[in-house]
Design a protein around this ligand. Structure first.
Ligand code: NAD
Length: 357
């Protein structure tokens, strides 16, 4: 066994159907009483339902801020902070996907307020000490233990409304965290176990969700997998796949989970020659892979009926060269050397929607 360092992130997880009703208990456990509730405009119904649960337990929310936005723009954070200052809250509660979690983190790290996070997608941000923020169209990412939410409540009931297409792409976004954890520079056997269990849970449950979006058992298995994959993201140094998606999302305004979904098989096949052990382990977690992880991913994406081409999301052919240029401009640890020619071909294939080979 190779030597390794294992550094567990702290955090409390409350998991199970209906666990949202334990929010009042969690707030009281921390000795707090005045939560600021956060959501996107699309999840106002869920955040209002949360306010009702709190009120029925005699906890009066300090306020509801429902303008969380993708990629945590700093002007939205400033607006939320101004709202917060007029309300004197003592805890931030975010309910939603990575966008709302991001706003909760941005507020928590600036104010020192504790953050209780209630995820409703599979993005996994709730398990990481990472915050990506956008200012003047530029996204910067930082990591700080203070960014990690202190309590996470996973309630499958809140994911039942997640549209099938977003369930699929968000779930593959989660698998991407696990895939890169398997060959991360700081990989270790504990995180690898979580990565394989998380991948297996998602690879089995996501096709079931596409067949029957109302299946609570499939949704619960997907949420469990997403949690484990989020732990992988929060504990591992991500490589080519995440760096490439960051470049593509930030420079060409491509949607987060959809971009991860398209790029993942291509990034994996790029690295495959350098990671035979990770490829074999991953194949064992992907149904119908016949021992070939790239094939397993291609089959999974086929079952999920997701779009496979970056051009479907508005990326232009002339952007391929620019993307390749940016992708090789920052060096970072990756199992295979990141070289412009092969990276351009990777991006071209993802742009065109060709199968990864
Ligand atoms: P999202 O949070 O932007 O959600 C997408 C849309 O789906 C939103 O309109 C949201 O309100 C809606 N939605 C979410 N859950 C729903 C539900 N259960 N039912 C109905 N609608 C629902 O998308 P995301 O993919 O979860 O997050 C993407 C963002 O998170 C990006 O900005 C990305 O950079 C960030 N992210 C950060 C980390 C990290 O560790 N810092 C990790 C993953 C993602």
């Amino acid at each position: 066994m190779d030597p390794f360092v294992y550094n567990a992130n702290p955090g409390r997880v409350v998991f199970g159907p209906g666990s949202i009703n334990k929010l009042p208990e969690e707030i009281q456990r921390l000795g707090l009483k005045s939560p600021l509730l956060l959501s996107t405009p699309q999840q106002v119904d869920q955040v209002e339902a949360l306010a009702k649960i709190l009120k029925s337990a005699s906890i009066e929310p300090a306020g509801i801020y429902s303008n969380a936005t993708m990629h945590t723009p700093s002007n939205v954070t400033d607006e939320a902070l101004a709202f917060l200052h007029s309300k004197s809250a003592d805890v931030v509660v975010s309910i939603g996907g990575g966008s709302t979690t991001g706003l909760g983190k941005a507020i928590s790290v600036r104010t020192g307020l504790p953050h209780i996070c209630i995820p409703t997608t599979y993005a996994g941000s709730e398990m990481t000490p990472i915050l990506g923020e956008t200012q003047d169209g530029r996204k910067t990412t930082r990591s700080d233990p203070k960014i990690l939410p202190g309590v996470v409540i996973y309630d499958v009931d809140l994911t039942m409304t997640l549209p099938s297409s977003l369930s699929a792409t968000s779930g593959v976004n989660a698998i991407a965290h696990a895939v890169e954890a398997l060959y991360a520079q700081n990989k270790n056997p504990i995180i690898s176990l979580l990565a394989l269990e998380g991948t297996k849970s998602l690879a089995e449950s996501l096709p079931e969700i596409i067949q029957d979006p109302s299946s609570q058992s499939a949704r619960e298995k997907a949420q469990y997998g997403a949690w484990l994959c989020g732990v992988c993201l929060g504990s591992s140094a991500m490589a080519l796949h995440h760096k490439l998606c960051h470049t593509l999302g930030g420079s060409f305004n491509l949607p987060h989970a959809e971009t991860h979904t398209i790029v993942l098989p291509h990034a994996l096949s790029y690295n495959a020659p350098s990671i035979p052990d990770a490829m074999a382990k991953l194949a064992s977690a992907l149904p119908e892979s016949d021992g070939d992880a790239t094939k397993g991913l291609n089959i999974l994406l086929g079952k999920l009926k997701v779009k496979r081409a970056l051009k479907d999301y508005g990326m232009k052919e002339e952007d391929i060269d620019k993307a390749a240029e940016i992708a090789v401009s920052n060096q970072y640890p990756n199992p295979r050397k990141v070289e412009k020619g092969p990276i351009r071909e990777l991006i071209r294939r993802a742009w065109a929607g060709e199968d990864a080979r």
